[in-house]
Ligand binder design. Sequence first.
Ligand code: MEV
Length: 441
Amino acid sequence: MDEVKESVASMTSRLPGFYKRPIAERLQLVADMAGLTTEESEVFSVSSGLSSGEADRMVENAIGIFPLPLGIAANFRLNGQDCLVPMAVEEPSVLAASSNAANLLRDGEGIRTSSTEPIMIGQIQVLDFPDLDAARAAIESQAEALVAASNRINPRLVERGGGAKRLLVREFPDTALGPMLVLHLEVDVRDAMGANIINTMVESLAPEVERITGGRVRLRILSNLADKRLARAEGRVKIARLARAGWTGEEVAQGIVEASVMADVDPYRAATHNKGAMNGVDAFLVAAGQDWRAIEAGCHAYAARDGRYRSLSRWRIDGEDLVGVIELPMQVGVVGGVTKTHAVVKVVHKILGFPNATRLGEIAAAAGLAQNLAAIMALATEGIQRGHMSMHCRNVVAESGAVGDEVELVVAELRRRQTYDHATASVVLAEVRAGCHQKVA
Ligand code: MEV
C-alpha cells in the first residue's frame, strides 16, 4: 500500500490528448500510472465489476447490476500533489468540464484544501420529561459520564484518536408535542463515514438518558447536517488565463463574479449553482463508493444554515486573480461501507493512492469547485448549450441508429453544422449511408 501511495503521489494528472485516445489505451495509461494489475484493470469491464452474487449480498430483492460510465478527470492538483479523479456519471460534459477547470486551477500548488476534524453528530430526541430546565440540567451534569459510556462501546476508535468528544443539549420548548430536548453527541469518527459508529452509540445511551431526565427517548440517529466535518477548497486562476474567443479575461472573471452574487442572493439560482458543483462532487463520490445521498443532504442543509438557501461556493476578484472557495460538510469514509468490498471501488481507491477520509473529502470539494467554475464560466460567456450539446451529440447519434464507423462520421458532420437534434442526425445518417460524408484521414 505504501508503494502505491508513493507512486501515485509522484505522478502527474496532466494527460494531454487523453480524451482522444481509445478507451483501452486510456485504461492502460491509468493502470500504468497507478500500478494496477491485469486483474484490477479488468474490474472496469461490464462483465467483471460486480457479480450478481455480490449484488445479492449488498441489497435486498436484487435482480442485477446497474452500470454507469467511469471516467478520469485530469489536471487536478491539490496542495502541490497531482491526483487523477475518477468519476462515475451518466451526464455528458462533467468529466470534460472538470478537467478543463482543474487545468485553470492547477498553477502553483493548485487547489488548496483543508478540513476540520472528522466530527459527526448523533441525535437523541427526548420527550415527556417532567421539567425542561431540570432535565436539561441533569443531562448537562452527566454529560462527561455519558461521553465516557459512549467510548466504552468502541475502545478501538478511541485508541485511534477518535471517539465521543462532547454531549450538548438543544432545547425546543414549544413543539407540537410539548417541550422537547435534542441531545447532540459529537463523535470523532476518524476514517469512517460514521453512521454505524454514531447510531450504535446513541442507541446505547438512550436508557440512561431516560433515567436521568425522567423522560422518554424516541429517535436515536446521526445527523446528516455534518457541519462539524467540513472540507474546504480554494482555487485561484490568473484572470488573463480566462480569456477566450470574444471575451477578455476581465470580462469572463466579472461574469463569474456576477454569477456567484446571483447564487448568493437568489435561492432559485443557488439551487442550480449548487447542482452544478454537486455534479463534480457526486460523480466522484459514486466512483469512490460513498453515501452520496448523505452528503447531498448535508450540503443542501448547510447551504441553508443562515436561514436562507445560498450558494456553497463564492467567487471574487483579487488583484490579477479570480479566487473561488467552496466549503462542504463531508461525511466520507475509507473504512466500512463498500470501500473494501466493491471490486471497482477498491481499484478506484488504489488509483487515488489509498487516501484517508480527510483527503477523500478534500478531493470531493476540489471536484465541486472545479465543476462549479466550469459551469458558471460557460454560463457567463457563450451559455451552456453549445458545449453540452456537442458532448451530448454521441447519444443523439446512437439513438439515430448509426453503428460502427457511421457514428464518428455523423458526429463530425453534426459538430461541423453545430446542430444536434434527432431529425438532423437521421438526415446526416442517411447521407453517410449514401456516401456523402467520408472519413478524413
Ligand atoms: C447542469 O447539470 C448544471 C448547470 O445547470 C449548473 C449551473 O447552472 O451552474 C449548468
